[in-house]
Design a protein around this ligand. Structure first.
Ligand SMILES: NC(=O)c1ccc[n+]([C@@H]2O[C@H](COP(=O)([O-])OP(=O)(O)OC[C@H]3O[C@@H](n4cnc5c(N)ncnc54)[C@H](O)[C@@H]3O)[C@@H](O)[C@H]2O)c1
Length: 491
């Protein structure tokens, strides 16, 4: 939707640029009565109110309280819902009405929300997304949109059936320094991008945490290829304004294993950190009780669902990989070489775009550990460099912002909730097409791990349309552009 349209129209467009045609007309009719009334704020409900949902709560209790209200919440765990009520009182906001997960449809009927914010563990996104769409309600969902090809297909079908829309909150796109990379690529300074080298490192602080939580169960998270790399695959899809067509990958778990525990001199694995007999010896010990927020969210809520957030990272039943290498072929001919390792000495990434006129290199240290980069100064942590094919290399001052995810979360929340948010030439608002294009790369990679065979994206789902993405220098026409001549092999 054109953001230059009148405020009255934009106020009703909760998806900030995604609604169009008849779907928009329907949304306008459905909301006409409320807009005519005094309170024109959007009504939001949330499902899955754990750690991540706090960001949406705080946005609607703070900077965006004039734009929307969190009227109800839904979760399997009453303890975590009670904690939302305590936090609301501290924020001076009305407590959202709690509903158990089994009453999700009842919540939609009673609360008549404009949109559902979907933040339970990844494998459960699809059921709430589809039930909301079929009830005529728009969806704002956390990444990854979903964890299997069958679920992605069901979501794509539900969007077409319902005429409603999904916003997938790819906050990484909004970090100012990653938006700067997009602007540089769009400027044509390095010409057409023929290949991308992208290497993401997770460390043994934040990275190890994936092996303690529900994320360590592939049936719930899709593994790190889906849960974590969906951010990175989405960045490449969006940076290139292109769509993946083929995936080849290998993956293994070699670090977070019982054997490695013994190499660290431990007798474990044990069940969890809280009761671990080797807690004084294990450098991976994680103390939930020491952090009031973690204690309230998880330790005190265990009695309701038996979920331990501090499971031993050396457990044999962990079903996700810690070492992954992926090659992706794009419709436009670009190839991506990507790796993800989850046991590194520092956390962050290097990405390089190899173009017909030069190379763009960009790297970020997210958690320190390398000499000279463990302080907080952005110019030490974030590097962006253009190396023309002929001529001097140029180091650019990184664009930065304050707050979580490099300032990206605040920009994204304004784009979601503020009806006056400016038109976005970088088209960072992703819908179900972008959500699918990203998670399907990870789903394909998981399939490669099992079969050893390349996977074509169009073998996983049907009817996946091109997302709306900015035109790039190499695009002869508006996206989708004609295929370049490079022959894609594999898959
Ligand atoms: N964009 C980002 O940077 C980012 C960061 C963190 C998490 N996330 C995403 O947010 C989502 C939630 O992650 P989290 O870290 O908050 O996890 P969490 O474990 O802290 O919270 C999940 C919540 O969902 C509830 N839940 C579990 N099963 C449920 C079900 N079947 N129905 C309803 N509720 C259920 C749990 O009780 C819990 O309250 C995930 O999809 C994750 O990928 C995104």
């Amino acid at each position: 939707m054109d953001r230059t349209e009148g405020t009255a129209v934009r106020r009703r467009d909760v998806l900030g640029g995604l609604a169009a045609g008849t779907a928009l007309a329907t949304a306008l009719d459905a909301n006409a009565a409320r807009v005519a009334a005094a309170d024109t704020r959007k009504r939001y409900v949330s499902v899955g109110v754990g750690s991540r949902n706090r960001m949406y709560q705080e946005a609607l209790w703070g900077p965006h309280k004039a734009h929307g209200e969190l009227v109800a919440i839904c979760d399997t765990n009453p303890g975590r819902m009670a904690y939302v009520g305590i936090r609301a009182a501290k924020a001076g906001a009305p407590a959202p009405k709690p509903y158990l997960a089994s009453d999700f449809d009842k919540m939609l009927r009673e609360q008549k929300p404009d949109a559902v914010i979907v933040t339970p563990p990844d494998a459960f996104h699809n059921e709430y997304i589809i039930r909301a769409l079929d009830a005529g309600v728009d969806v704002i969902t956390e990444k990854p949109m979903t964890t299997t090809a069958a679920k992605a297909q069901q979501i794509l079908d539900a969007v077409k059936r319902s005429g409603r829309h999904i916003r997938v909150t790819f906050n990484y796109r909004y970090s100012p320094f990653r938006s700067q990379v997009k602007e540089l690529l769009m400027s044509g300074v390095i010409g057409d991008v023929l290949s991308v080298d992208f290497h993401w490192l997770l460390n043994t602080v934040h990275g190890a945490d994936y092996f303690r939580r529900w994320h360590s169960n592939k049936a719930i998270s899709g593994g790190l290829m889906v849960h974590k790399a969906t951010h990175h695959f989405d960045l490449v899809n969006w940076w290139l304004s292109d769509m993946p067509v083929s995936v080849n990958a290998t993956g293994k778990r070699e670090f977070y294993t019982p054997e490695m525990a013994r190499r660290f001199g431990l007798e474990g694995p044990h069940q969890r950190c809280h009761t671990c007999p080797e807690k004084n010896k294990c450098t991976f010990f994680f103390d939930m009780a020491a952090d009031p927020a973690l204690k309230a969210l998880y330790l005190d809520a265990e009695k309701y669902d038996g979920y331990f957030r501090d499971q031993c990272v050396w457990r044999p039943e962990i079903s996700i990989e810690d070492t992954m290498n992926v090659i992706v072929g794009y419709a436009g001919g670009t190839t991506l070489s990507y790796s993800l390792n989850a046991f590194n000495a520092w956390e962050g990434y290097h990405v390089a775009f190899n173009g017909t006129k030069g190379r763009l290199e960009h790297s970020v240290v997210e958690q320190g550990g390398v000499a000279g980069a463990s302080n907080e100064r952005d110019e030490d942590r974030i590097k962006t460099r253009i190396i023309p094919m002929r001529g001097e290399a140029q180091d650019l001052k990184p664009d930065t912002g304050a707050g979580s995810h490099g300032g990206g979360d605040a920009v994204m929340l304004a784009d979601i909730f503020d009806p006056g948010a400016p038109n976005d030439p970088l088209m960072r608002a992703a819908d179900e097409r972008g959500g699918a294009a990203s998670c399907l790369i990870g789903i394909a990679a998981d399939k490669c791990f099992e079969t050893g065979q390349p996977v074509r994206i169009d073998s996983l789902v049907t009817g996946l349309d091109w997302p709306a993405l900015p035109k790039m220098p190499g695009h002869k026409e508006a996206v989708p552009m004609p295929m370049r001549t490079a022959k894609l092999t594999g898959g």
